[in-house]
Every structure is written in structure tokens, then in C-alpha cells.
Design a protein around this ligand. Structure first.
Ligand code: AGP
Length: 614
């Protein structure tokens, strides 16, 4: 989820591009770069690190031109570095890109076979070579060259291109990644997101899937996937810049809750093989041969994702899977060593306890793989291999989209283990993989049902207003939904500051049942599936003690309606994948209650996004 901006007009492009990128740093901030065409032809400056580093370099090494493109990076392929920063240049062409090119390795070897050399580890650089190759082979326009290139690319992209053979034109194209055009007087803009150009124009064209646009100072022209000229509506944006950064959502957390279908889709992309009922881990081969167990290590929300991972790995791989709190594991003289497969799960990749646990496991001879969202982070560097989630940067301290992206990575790992160990047949693998491929659509449906218009509050508001004064909450779940009870309680604690406990529903009668009275809201996770009857009897135990029950239940389950105060519905899905859906109403409930209590949802008290202290 990188930030892109482009400009052509009568003003010097560079200051305008830097200002635009500063409005996009929430999309990525590990390196930045700018290219412009001016009196000295095509010039490119790029630097690793925050945008301020690039701005300082441009101050000492100014480049000129009234046409230019800029980029702020969120690494997916290739660690944050100067050579991996965008723009990437090949011959007369330079490009900036947001997205993931699935067949980049294959295209790279085709380009190398033509004698081309690569200077980065990114997937993007292959785009520069493909377009330059088309120019060299005689493309009559930059648009023709870009169209030739995208015809060979599989994956997602918002690609923006400059070429000093066509110095008055920017060409951009999109496939699954967002791209907008800004309409100005005697100038035109292109950007991955509205905030970058809002101070210059409120006349915005949102490009459709497969659209390509040629941009000049005099105007722009859009063509669709077939190359036919099309007209897209010009919308007038009324948001202010900060609203625009949140895409019109009141908070980053709510925006990130609604980004989950995309985060799951991007984390599945190129790894899930539904036709073969299998999964690949981006070239990682997990040494399962001698492994008698898999040990998952994490903290906080990542720890709860690991508990779901244990469920999936054991049920598909029939391999013992232990889950440990990293802060406990590393100080416990753990029994770990050669032959053991350890997986460390972390959004930030910087959590000190998880990093310490990784080092401890490695020092004792275990093989360690990181499941991390930040490319090049400490845990990624300390691990033998890293399988990245592709959730993009997560701004809200309360983790949401990174949690479901972690569930996705763990489900892919479980599928991989099951197929490699032969405990999961190709047919059974295909059945699960098909259900996994449907996750983004099911999650979208669930979110749209719970909060019909993401930019307004949902029926959850009534519940939030009713329960915002509650002193305590109890969350109950069974089986694969037990970790979701724990996660639901954590989300509520983190942002609403209400004491909440997640509990295995079957455990309730061994103590917490004493807490129940008509003042305690109890959230029962009761989707149809294995354990449903058992959960329903736990629910009855709560009702018998006048507890106030809010249920997370499957669409169409009318039986439960009569027994509870409120029902939060989720679509039917393969029971092993229920956590992807049952967590959504709990995230939204915690959010709505925190808003009803007037809390700073994105930056709750006493919490940091990544805990780098021990
Ligand atoms: C979750 O909402 C919290 N921000 C916190 O529990 C977090 O999950 C924990 O600190 C682990 O962070 P990590 O995933 O970056 O390692």
C-alpha cells in the first residue's frame, strides 16, 4: 500500500510532489523518490527512510521539470533500501507502482534473457524493463508501450510512468489498486489517493478497474481494458485533507476494519492454489521432515491469531502445535532445539519480547520463520525465513486488518503443512482452498450487513449507547472461536477502557459464572457448526442467571433470536474459517463503544503501536 502522485502543468513539479507525498505517508514510509523531466532530461532522486530524508536530498541535489512523479513506499518485495526505492528506471522509462506483481520472477528472467540487468529486488522494476523494451521495439506512444507491458503482468497495480521520449505525457494504469486523476486548469494530477492533490483541486476522477489514463497539462484521456476511449465522471470532493487520509472514515481503525477483505485478498494472492488444493509460501520450504511439532510465538493480538493457527495446523497437518506467549517463552529456559519449527507472528516485526523469543529459539538450534507485516523489520531480519502478510501499514493502535491477515498467513501455512505431510488430500485441500478464496467476498458481505454505510455508524450504535456505561464485559467462545472471544475482549479493553474477559465457554461454569448478573453484558460467539449445541447450553446458563446476552450468530439462525438481547449476524462459511467473520462484529462493537465513550480510538491511552521495550 504505497503512495503515488504525479503532476504535469506550468509549475515546478518537485515541491508539489513532495507536498503530495507528505499527505500519503500513512500509506507507506520506508523509502521515497521523485522523478522529473526538465532541461536536464529525466532526473531521479530517491532515498531510504522517511520523506524528510528525500526532501533534504532534493534540497542539496535539486531537480527541475514541470512534469514529474513521486512515490512513498510500503515494502512488499525487497527490503527498504536506496536500490529498492521507487521510481525504478530502465533506459528512457521510469515508473512508480503500488501493488503486487505475482509473475515478476518469470518476467524478470525473460528480461534478463534479453540482456537486461536488474538493480533491485523489487517486483516493480520488471515493469520499467517491460515498458522500455516496448519503447525500444518501436511503440508509437507511451500509452502503447504501457499497454504492451500490462498485457504480460499478473497481479495488482497502480502504475505511473514517465519517459523522456514522450516528455509531455504521464501514463498511468490500474488493476485492483486505487488510482485517481485530479482535473486542474492548465495542469493535471494523478495519485493513489485523494489527500495528495486535494489542496490543488477538488475535481477528481476515480479510475475504474483496468483503466489507463494519459495525462498532459492540457487535460487527460481515459481508455478501458480493451483500449476503447471512455468517460469517467468527475466528482467534486468535499472532504478536508485529514478526512481524505481516512478515506472519509471518522477514524483509521474503522477504515482498517473495512480494509480487511482487501488485506486478506492481497495476503492470499499468488500463494493460494485453489486448483491444486495447496498453498506455497513464496519459495519458503519449511523443514517438516524432522519436525515433531510447530511452536508459535507472539504477543497480544498476534498471540490470539496464533491460537487460531494452532487449531488449523493441528486439524489439517495432524502435527502437534504449541502456542506460547513470547514474553514467557524467552525467560523460561524453554525446551526447544534442532528439528523444531518455530513461527514468530508479529504485525510490526519489532516487538521486543517476540524478537527476544526468536533469538532464544535460534540460539537453541530451532528453525525460525517470521510471519510479519513490515518488510525488513527486526524479526524478519532475525528469522531464517519470513512469510509476509500484505495488510499494508496499520495506523490504528488496535490491530484489526493485520489480525485477519495473520489468520490468512496461518491458514496458508496449515494448508501447506497438511499437503506436505499427506494428512490432507488434494480433494480436501481443494475444498478448503475454495472456501479460503471466498473469504474476501464473505467478509465484505458481513461488514456491509453490520455497518450498511461504512461512513455512518451501524445498528451497533444502539448497542454501544446501551452498554457504554458497562463496568465489565464477558466474551465466550468455543473451539476455533475461543481465541476470538479473547480477541474481542482485548479490542474492547484497548480502546473503550472497559474491563473485559474472554473465556472458553465450557470453562465458564468453573468460576466466571459467579460474575453473571443482569449488569454484566455477555457476548456469546455462537455460529452454526461444531460445538453449536454446547455453546447454546452455555448461553442458557448465562440466561438462567439473568445475564444480558449479545450473540454472534449465523445468518438465518432464527432459533437464537428469541434467547438473546441482540444478534450480530455473520454469513455461513466453512467452520474452520469462522474466525475471519466472527471477529468482525466484535471489532465494530468495541469501536462503537469507544466512540460512544468519546475515546481517542486511533491512539488509545497507555498504548503504543509497536511495543519495543521489554
Ligand atoms: C493489538 O491491538 C495491540 N496493539 C497489541 O496487543 C499487539 O498485538 C501486540 O503488541 C503485538 O504486536 P505485534 O503484532 O506488532 O508484535
Amino acid at each position: 500500500m504505497c503512495g503515488i502522485v504525479g503532476y504535469v502543468g506550468s509549475k515546478q513539479a518537485v515541491p508539489l510532489l513532495v507536498a503530495g507525498l507528505s499527505r500519503l505517508e500513512y500509506r507507506g514510509y520506508d523509502s521515497a523518490g521523485i522523478a522529473a523531466i526538465g532541461p536536464k532530461g529525466l532526473q531521479v532522486v530517491r532515498r531510504p527512510g522517511k520523506l524528510s530524508v528525500l526532501a533534504a536530498a532534493l534540497a542539496s541535489e535539486p531537480i527541475e521539470g514541470k512534469i514529474g512523479i513521486g512515490h512513498t513506499r510500503w515494502a512488499t518485495h525487497g527490503r527498504p533500501s536506496q536500490e529498492n526505492a521507487h521510481p525504478h528506471t530502465s533506459g528512457a522509462v521510469t515508473v512508480v507502482h503500488n501493488g503486487i506483481i505475482e509473475n515478476h520472477l518469470e518476467l524478470r528472467s525473460q528480461m534478463e534473457a534479453l540482456g537486461r540487468t536488474f538493480s533491485s529486488d523489487t517486483d516493480t522494476e520488471v515493469f520499467a524493463h517491460l515498458i522500455d523494451q516496448a519503447v525500444v521495439e518501436g511503440a508509437k506512444s507511451l500509452a502503447e508501450a504501457v499497454r504492451a507491458a500490462i498485457a504480460r503482468v499478473e497481479g495488482t497495480y497502480a502504475i505511473v510512468t514517465l519517459c523522456d521520449r514522450f516528455p509531455d505525457t504521464i501514463v498511468a494504469a490500474r488493476n485492483a489498486s486505487p488510482l485517481v486523476v485530479g482535473v486542474g486548469k492548465g495542469e493535471s494530477f494523478v495519485a493513489s489517493d485523494v489527500p495528495a492533490i486535494l489542496e490543488h483541486t477538488r475535481e477528481i476522477v476515480f479510475l475504474d478497474e483496468g483503466d489507463m489514463v494519459e495525462i498532459r497539462a492540457s487535460g487527460y484521456a481515459v481508455t478501458d481494458r480493451s483500449g476503447a476511449t471512455v468517460t469517467r465522471p468527475v466528482e467534486t470532493i468535499t472532504w478536508n485533507a485529514s478526512q481524505a487520509e481516512k478515506d472519509g472514515f471518522p477514524h483509521f481503525m474503522l477504515k482498517e476494519i473495512f480494509e480487511q477483505p482487501r488485506a486478506v485478498a492481497d495476503t492470499l494472492r499468488g500463494r493460494l492454489l485453489p486448483d491444486r488444493g495447496d498453498a506455497v509460501l513464496e519459495g519458503i520450504e519449511v523443514p517438516l521432515g524432522k519436525a515433531n511439532r510447530i511452536v508459535l510465538l507472539a504477543c497480544g493480538t498476534s498471540y490470539y491469531a496464533s491460537l487460531v493457527g494452532k487449531f488449523l495446523i493441528e486439524s489439517l497437518g495432524r502435527l502437534p502445535c504449541e502456542v506460547d506467549l513470547a514474553s514467557e517463552f524467552r525467560h523460561r529456559d524453554p525446551v526447544i532445539g534442532p528439528g523444531d519449527v518455530v513461527v514468530a507472528i508479529s504485525q510490526s516485526g519489532e516487538t521486543a519480547d517476540t524478537l527476544g523469543a526468536v533469538r532464544e529459539a535460534k540460539a537453541r538450534g530451532a528453525w525460525v520463520m517470521g510471519i510479519v507485516n513490515v518488510v525488513g523489520s527486526a524479526i524478519a531480519r532475525a528469522s531464517d525465513a519470513t512469510f509476509y502478510t500484505h495488510a499494508g501499514p496499520e495506523i490504528g493502535v488496535a490491530s484489526t486488518k493485520c489480525f485477519t491477515a495473520q489468520l490468512t498467513a496461518l491458514a496458508l501455512l496449515a494448508l501447506y503443512v497438511g499437503r506436505r505431510r499427506g494428512t490432507l488430500s488434494e480433494a480436501a485441500g481443494r475444498e478448503l482452498a475454495t472456501a479460503m478464496a471466498a473469504l474476501p467476498e464473505r467478509m465484505t458481505r458481513c461488514l456491509e450487513h453490520l455497518a450498511p454505510s461504512p461512513k455512518t455508524q451501524s445498528p451497533l450504535v444502539d448497542l454501544a449507547l446501551r452498554f457504554r456505561g458497562a463496568r465489565d464485559f464477558l466474551f465466550l467462545g468455543r473451539g476455533v472461536n475461543y481465541p476470538i472471544a479473547l480477541e474481542g475482549a482485548l479490542k474492547l479493553k484497548e480502546i473503550s477502557y472497559i474491563h473485559a474477559e474472554g473465556y472458553a465457554a465450557g470453562e465458564m461454569k468453573h468460576g466466571p459464572i459467579a460474575l453473571i448478573d443482569d449488569g454484566l453484558p455477555v457476548v456469546v460467539i455462537a455460529p452454526r457448526g461444531p460445538g453449536y449445541e454446547k455453546v447454546m447450553s452455555n448461553l442458557a446458563e448465562v440466561r438462567a442467571r439473568k445475564g444480558t446476552v449479545l450473540a454472534v450468530a449465523t445468518e438465518g439462525d432464527e432459533a437464537i433470536t428469541k434467547q438473546v438481547e441482540a444478534v450480530l449476524r455473520v454469513p455461513e462459511i466453512d467452520p474452520r474459517l469462522q474466525p475471519f467473520l466472527t471477529v468482525l462484529p466484535l471489532q465494530l462493537l468495541a469501536y462503537a463503544i469507544a466512540v460512544a465513550r468519546g475515546n481517542d480510538v486511533d491512539q488509545p491511552r497507555n498504548l503504543a503501536k509497536s511495543v519495543t521495550v521489554e
